[in-house]
Write a protein that binds this ligand. Structure first.
Ligand code: HEC
Length: 216
């Protein structure tokens, strides 16, 4: 037997022994890896704000408070009035366009919950400087955007107590169960074959301007 094969067999035996040892002590689960996340570390990740306001951090602000901060931190991309500069996203308007051939989806026309605006803006904006806003600043900016979308008045104080109760214009546009045939129904399995799917065409890429016009 060559030295190489012998080494391999010995190695294997070693591995089997090592495996048995692990099996014997697995109940104790002492792997010596990682550390327990601290309360502060968990707090850093646990920033979601749910539709009913659960998780909203303590804070408050009005649209009047938010106007200057929005102008300073957001307007150079999203426009002074949320109209969107160049191709940066539009944040205001688009009401009653969802059923048109060219829907304009904004916080006001499309988003179902004010808390989503809070969550997203605190989590991800300003683009490139995520999580640099304070909680109060975020409430102020969300209030400003809700005011610009005709959802609240300019002196309405948005805060952690009421963010889950704001009624958004398109709140009723989201419903369960999800009617798409491949979605997981709450009541059972998703349809994977011979599904009775309507083939009504409700939009065309060329009309909503996502397909370039060309000679071909
Ligand atoms: C440097 C440009 C820039 C700045 C500044 C900026 N954003 Fe944005 N914003 C973006 C881009 C790009 C996206 C799209 C990101 C994506 O889809 O992943 C976006 C998306 C958003 C959206 C989601 C829009 C939608 O309907 O999908 C909101 C809301 C938003 N920004 C709010 C803000 C607010 C509030 C501020 C200021 C605190 C801000 N942004 C600052 C570039 C910017």
């Amino acid at each position: 037997m060559s030295a190489l094969v012998k080494t391999t067999i010995l190695g294997l035996t070693g591995a089997v022994l090592a495996f048995s040892t692990v099996t014997a002590t697995a109940g104790e689960r002492v792997f010596g890896l990682g550390t327990l996340a601290t309360k502060e570390e968990i707090q850093g990740w646990d920033i979601d704000v749910r539709p009913d306001g659960l998780g909203a951090p303590i804070g408050a602000g009005t649209a009047l408070d938010g106007e200057d901060i929005y102008a300073d931190r957001c307007a150079h991309c999203h426009g002074d009035f949320g109209e969107g500069v160049d191709r940066w996203p539009i944040l205001v308007g688009g009401h009653d366009t969802l059923e048109s051939e060219d829907p304009v989806k904004t916080i006001g026309s499309y988003w179902p919950y004010a808390s989503t605006a809070y969550d997203y803006i605190y989590r991800a904006m300003p683009f490139g400087e995520a999580q640099s806003l304070t909680h109060d600043e975020t409430y102020m900016i969300v209030a400003y955007l809700l005011y610009m979308n005709d959802v609240i008045d300019d002196d309405f104080e948005l805060n952690n107590e009421n963010i889950g109760t704001i009624e958004m214009p398109n709140q009723g546009g989201f419903f369960m169960p999800d009617p798409r045939p491949d979605a997981q129904l709450a009541s059972g399995e998703p349809c994977m074959s011979n599904c009775n799917v309507s083939t009504e065409i409700i939009g065309r890429a060329r009309i909503i301007d996502v397909t370039p016009e060309g000679d071909g």
